[in-house]
Design a protein. Sequence first.
Length: 108
Amino acid sequence: MGGNGPVAGPLPYAEVTDEAYAERAAAGFTAQEFGSAVLLSGLCPRCHHPTTSTLVDELYRRAEQPAAPAGEPGHHTVLCECEAEHPSRPEGLLGCGAYWTLRLEVEA
Ligand SMILES: [Zn+2]
Ligand SMILES: [Zn+2]
């Protein structure tokens, strides 16, 4: 990674998603299990900064709730949580605003 040659300028924060994000993230992210949590790390498919997200197993947490969440089991919404600067980002937030759905194999 060189420090020269700026790319197209800083990417402004925007809450967007794209099917291609999920495909690229699925190919490039690594998942590590820590008990009931999964740590995902890779490059954000939108801003290409390193990002790490922690998923807590929702299946166990929601078992006691009668209303099941919409969506299929094993699908998680992942947000970009890079530490780089993105203009127009609301205070207190991380990342560029991109989000995508990641499918994890859930073993019973
Ligand atoms: Zn970023
Ligand atoms: Zn990003």
